[in-house]
Design a protein around this ligand. Structure first.
Ligand SMILES: C[S@@+](CC[C@H](N)C(=O)[O-])C[C@H]1O[C@@H](n2cnc3c(N)ncnc32)[C@H](O)[C@@H]1O
Length: 243
């Protein structure tokens, strides 16, 4: 492992200070519509990977919904955007992907020296079967599913890769399995929950809101604004999706 500093484009130079790995012009989003025409390229983020998150997305989610040393899960980790941000922001991290190539890309992306003590674990796995992760053991889920088969991450070669699925109903059924795996894991990606409850019609929205409120109260007892914000975001995503 080397200590890296970005000097230009995707060229890195050893033995410089880590502070230069942090973004210089990042600010937290304050509305629900996020747009990043200028994609962040700090640290080892690499926009040439097709269909990855702009790092501003994972940084916003992590800063808004977790604190240092929390455990963040991204069970469709892809090129490792969430992993890089967790390392930079001192969150412990579990990254999973069904595609070994993504695991290799992510491991390389997090191979930089950091002052944070974040523990980063990256493993091959199926987001529909997270038996190895205990319920209530995760503080935040920040994940980003495939775009049905618009981007084929394994070109049909890996069984269980949801990016091989063309049919929307079939895709939603498989996504539902992933959502169900999230529900026991403390605090899922709340807008995704609202949207999935609507699309799949599998769960009752009021039950989901009640259950999520109870879970958030355990963690954010003295921060009602966080509970309120998450509940609103579930409702908003639910209302915005036409059923
Ligand atoms: C949109 S990409 C994630 C991109 C990631 N946020 C990033 O910034 O690089 C979706 C990922 O889901 C993975 N995937 C597809 N089906 C999966 C499954 N059943 N279990 C785990 N990962 C899966 C794909 O291999 C792909 O890496």
């Amino acid at each position: 492992m080397v200590k890296l500093t970005k000097v230009v484009g995707v060229v890195y130079k050893a033995n410089m200070k880590e502070e230069t790995f942090q973004p210089t012009d990042f600010k937290l989003e304050c509305t629900t519509v996020w747009s990043f025409p200028q994609r962040g390229d700090w640290a080892t983020h690499n926009s040439s990977f097709r269909g990855n998150w702009a790092p501003q997305i994972s940084r916003n989610i992590i800063l808004r919904y977790s604190k240092e040393k929390d455990i963040v899960l991204d069970q469709m980790v892809g090129s490792g955007t969430t992993a890089i941000e967790c390392k930079l922001l001192n969150r412990n991290f579990i990254g999973i992907d069904i595609n070994p190539e993504m695991i290799n890309i992510t491991k390389k992306a997090i191979d930089f020296e950091s002052q944070s003590n974040a523990k980063i674990m990256i493993n091959i796995g199926d987001a529909r079967k997270l038996e190895s992760i205990k319920d209530e053991s995760i503080d935040l889920i920040a994940t980003h599913p495939p775009y049905v088969d618009i981007i084929k991450y394994s070109n049909g070669k890996i069984d269980g890769d949801l990016s091989n699925i063309h049919d929307i109903d079939e895709f939603c059924n498989e996504m539902l399995k992933i959502a169900k795996e999230c529900f026991g894991k403390e605090i899922p990606n709340t807008p995704m929950m609202g949207a999935l409850v609507k699309v799949t019609k599998f769960l009752d929205i009021n039950g989901v809101l009640e259950d999520t409120t109870k879970k958030l109260q355990k963690k954010f007892l003295h921060k009602p604004e966080i509970i309120d914000g998450n509940i609103k975001s579930i409702k908003r995503a639910y209302d915005e999706i036409s059923g």
